[in-house]
Design a protein around this ligand. Sequence first.
Ligand SMILES: N[C@@H](CCC(=O)N[C@@H](CS)C(=O)NCC(=O)O)C(=O)O
Length: 208
Amino acid sequence: MPTYKLTYFDATGRAELSRRMFKLAGVEFEDVRVSKDEWPKLKAVMPLKVMPVMEVDGQLIVQSGCIERYVAEKTGLNGGESPAARLQVDIIHTTAMEYILLPMPMFGEKDEAKKAELRREFLEDKLPVCMDFLTKELEQAKQDFGSDEFFVGKVTMADIAVSLLLEVLVWAKLADDVMPKYPLIQALVDRVNALPPIAKHLANTSQK
Ligand SMILES: N[C@@H](CCC(=O)N[C@@H](CS)C(=O)NCC(=O)O)C(=O)O
């Protein structure tokens, strides 16, 4: 059994999807959380001077997206044997992670008028495109994968990625006006968060 050591800040951010996949699959991993004080010294020896990084039996893996795909494969949360399911997991995962990053410029914007415009643009022009797409794909899952409970019929990295997208929207106060229009996505996220290992993880870890 390989040993996994995932190193990131004490925050959800770019490590949380991998953490939740390990938890859901019941695969042991070392969840190393670096403090702000420890970081400068560690940064100096990091290959890309950023985190997360994951060590697997002495080999260092960088780039959160690559770590996530690797963990999905190792935990069986990548869609399994079917190329169509694996492709769909990749598409939904990539989409969710892209939309998690889209509102970030808004948070750093000091000019209130520009900030309001970025917010309007995200909520009115961008987010509905993503949510319409996710809804359509979830509806289609029954026909393509035999069940529309999850994006490829069974829970995968894709579903957890979408639950993290929703978490960021709620945290950023961007969900209230939009999510009531997307009950299927809200119900999917509720299903993911009710899975016992995920529910336990959420209860035991402060999500920051
Ligand atoms: N493309 C990289 C970006 C990683 C990244 O930007 N990490 C941030 C935290 S989310 C970081 O380490 N910041 C600390 C620093 O730049 O000193 C990935 O996805 O892993």
